[in-house]
Design a protein around this ligand. Structure first.
Ligand code: COA
Length: 268
């Protein structure tokens, strides 16, 4: 067991463990269907910093405790008493955590084990990939509360599934099930509930067998490139490609191929 596997930080509402080089981060408020209150958001941020900075962690799986929910949204109890000033601060803080997840430099897989609503779906959309349990329901019901999504939902959903379907989900507030989410490209795979976590870990693990810098720059190229023109995006791709040409990993990967052996990447 490596040092990182013995290091399990203690949080109130988040569980953190490392399984075979994959950090499994679990939102753990099952009695409130893992709704995201302010302390949980802070703990999630802390957990993702730990995963980012631990060299023994190659990828991350994010899930929810219990059988019913991944995350049933932002905590409506907290939302109800919010002033506009609070609302802006809370939304910006949540957005910051989600940006951390999106640009972690390691692949993150959201294992959607039940309801992923509002902030829950927005959290899952910040991950690199999503897998869902058959029967899970995902949606952005904020409009039923007289709100719009505030953790990036209006921005990330149309980028993943296109404007029409995104606006349908945002303006009706109606959730869709895992099979429909798969059909429109919102989730990458659907598993039987008992197989979801292993399936998510296996998918995350696949990204740890390739060059770690290739994963980091692959995420960056797609993330930054999708926010700009094709011409600018191609320049970003060429610049990151050029940096990788100077890496030990690139030399190791190409040499190993030519020597017909398995590459041993160091992330350098
Ligand atoms: N914030 C705070 N508490 C929440 C919550 C949320 N987003 N979602 C669920 N909970 C709490 C419920 O209030 C309830 O608490 P209680 O037992 O103290 O009364 C507990 O979690 C269980 O939820 P409950 O509604 O009884 O479960 P259900 O199976 O009947 O319904 C849902 C499940 C997901 C359909 C329903 O909880 C729901 O609609 N939640 C809100 C979803 C939402 O609008 N999210 C977006 C927020 S921006």
């Amino acid at each position: 067991m490596s040092e990182s596997e013995t290091h399990t930080p203690e949080f109130e509402s988040v569980l953190y463990e490392v399984r075979d080089g994959v950090a499994v981060i679990t939102v753990n408020r099952p009695k409130k269907l893992n709704a995201l209150n302010a302390p949980t958001i802070s703990e999630l941020m802390e957990a993702f910093f730990i995963a980012r900075d631990d060299d023994a962690v190659g990828a991350v799986v994010l899930t929810g405790a219990g059988e019913k929910a991944f995350v049933a949204g932002a905590d409506i109890g907290e939302l109800a008493g919010q002033t506009p000033i609070d609302g802006r601060r809370v939304a910006r803080r949540g957005q910051m955590v989600f940006e951390l997840i999106e640009n972690l430099g390691k692949a993150t897989v959201a294992a959607i084990n039940g309801y992923a609503l509002g902030g829950g779906l927005e959290l899952a959309m910040a991950a690199t990939m999503r897998v869902a349990a058959k029967g899970a329901r995902v949606g952005l019901p904020e409009s039923t509360l007289g709100l719009i999504p505030g953790y990036g939902g209006t921005q990330r959903l149309p980028r993943l599934v296109g404007r029409g379907r995104a606006l349908q989900m945002i303006l009706t507030g109606e959730p869709i099930d895992a099979d429909e989410a798969y059909r429109i490209g919102l989730v990458n795979e659907v598993f039987a509930p008992a197989e979801l976590l292993d399936g998510a870990i296996a998918l995350a693990k696949k990204t740890t067998r390739v060059g770690p810098l290739a994963v980091r720059y692959g995420i960056e190229a797609v993330s930054r490139g999708s926010e700009t023109s094709l011409e600018e995006g191609l320049r970003i791709e060429a610049d990151l490609f050029a940096i990788l040409c100077a890496s030990e990993d690139m030399r190791e990967g190409t040499t190993a191929f030519l020597e017909k052996r398995k590459a041993e990447f160091k992330g350098k």
